[in-house]
Design a protein around this ligand. Structure first.
Ligand SMILES: Nc1nc2c(ncn2[C@@H]2O[C@H](COP(=O)(O)OP(=O)(O)OP(=O)(O)O)[C@@H](O)[C@H]2O)c(=O)[nH]1
Ligand SMILES: [Zn+2]
Length: 353
């Protein structure tokens, strides 16, 4: 018998960490309402009280793509009892929260960074996505959509420019008027989970529709379609593609704030990391020191000023996040102390009375 959950990306050697509960994967997460798929079907789900109160960090709460342990309540509803460890998580700095990471999707194999070749085209933004995806240790794939809006020369030029900053990530040109999506499909293999990111209007939903085709719309992913059978991006959701791969669309990720993994910057700006190693002084700030390899490269044109400024901006942002996180931890710790001492006082008072 084919294990139903393998069609939802369950790795063959997966060990269920909580065998007392049924294994399920989160298909949708909207605030505290979830939809999960288990061997026995699709359920609406909510977090169990225990899980709700035991998670200190909001990023530990289940997200789209997570493997969870559920207890089935009736034919349609279930409780999520446990959120299992993730093989990977695509996260960004949380919007409006101080130095908190927000998990956008869990257990991801590849992130498709979608950018339109219209006014959406922007190398700095691509670098930001690349840094953060790599900071999460996930493979990035860049898809330049709306190729029909550029001349053939412009397309080639832009693809080359993107290759120049991609540091080894694959770059694919795409248009909705193309008959097939074979080139993209190569990276979306059976049982692998991909996430689409890109700013609003980049062409993500259009691409999801193309990759989903029509046959799978009749299955679980019907909920991803409106009456006209079109996928619409209102919230994150995991769908099955025609070729057996799984795809999560993230709507309008306009803000894609960096968290604090320096690996992302090092991998994306490898040439700058290498140059830094040749500076005369260790700890060179690359601003005014003599014998600075970065300044030399900027002067003779080996390093483009745009790229250097982008690197500096992203580096600063990441440093800020790191410093804010240290501060937040200190504050949390101090608050914890105040709370514990108040608890002890109250216990003592109770003991005396
Ligand atoms: N010319 C052209 N237009 C495209 C192409 N792909 C998408 N579009 C158009 O671009 C607009 C935005 O596309 P969507 O797919 O809705 O963009 P999105 O990234 O899902 O946007 P959000 O849902 O806001 O995150 C739509 O009007 C599409 O028809 C393409 O390859 N060529
Ligand atoms: Zn230097």
């Amino acid at each position: 018998m084919i294990n139903h959950l393998t069609a939802w990306g369950l790795p063959t050697n997966y060990q269920n960490p909580t065998p007392e509960f049924q294994l399920a994967r989160v298909l949708k997460a909207h605030k505290s309402n979830y939809e999960v798929v288990a061997e026995s079907g699709i359920f609406k789900a909510t977090l169990s009280g225990k899980l709700l109160h035991s998670t200190e960090d909001p990023s530990d709460n289940p997200q789209v793509g997570d493997w969870v342990g559920i207890m089935i309540f009736d034919e349609q509803t279930a409780f999520i009892m446990a959120c299992h460890p993730r093989s990977s998580a695509l996260q960004r700095a949380s919007v409006g929260a101080f130095a908190q990471a927000q998990v956008l999707a869990a257990n991801i194999d590849v992130v498709l960074i979608v950018q339109g070749m219209d006014h959406n085209y922007n190398l700095n933004r691509l670098e930001r996505y690349l840094v953060q995806v790599r900071a999460c240790a996930i493979e990035p794939l860049i898809i330049l959509t709306k190729a029909d809006l550029c001349s053939a020369e412009e397309c080639t030029e832009r693809k080359e420019a993107v290759r120049g900053i991609a540091n080894g990530a694959r770059v694919i040109l795409h248009s909705m008027f193309q008959e097939d999506s074979e080139e993209i499909n190569q990276y979306l293999s059976q049982g692998k989970t991909a996430v689409l990111v890109g700013s609003s209007g980049a062409g993500k939903s259009t691409l999801v529709n193309l990759l989903m085709g029509t046959t799978h719309m009749a299955t679980a992913s019907i909920s991803a379609s409106n009456a006209k059978g079109r996928h619409t991006t209102s919230h994150r959701e995991l769908v099955q593609l025609q070729n057996g791969a799984l795809l999560i669309d993230t709507p309008g990720t306009r803000e894609f704030g960096l968290t604090d993994s320096p690996e992302g910057i090092e991998m994306t700006f490898e040439e700058i990391s290498q140059l830094s190693g040749s500076c005369k002084f260790r700890g060179c700030t690359h601003e005014h020191e003599p014998g600075c390899a970065v300044q030399d490269a900027l002067e003779d044109g080996r390093l483009e000023a745009r790229r250097w400024h982008s690197y500096q901006k992203l580096h600063r942002e990441q440093d800020h996040y790191g410093m804010d996180k240290v501060q937040r931890r200190k504050k949390d710790k101090a608050l914890g102390k105040v709370y514990r001492s108040a608890q002890n006082d109250s216990r003592r008072r109770k003991g005396r009375s």
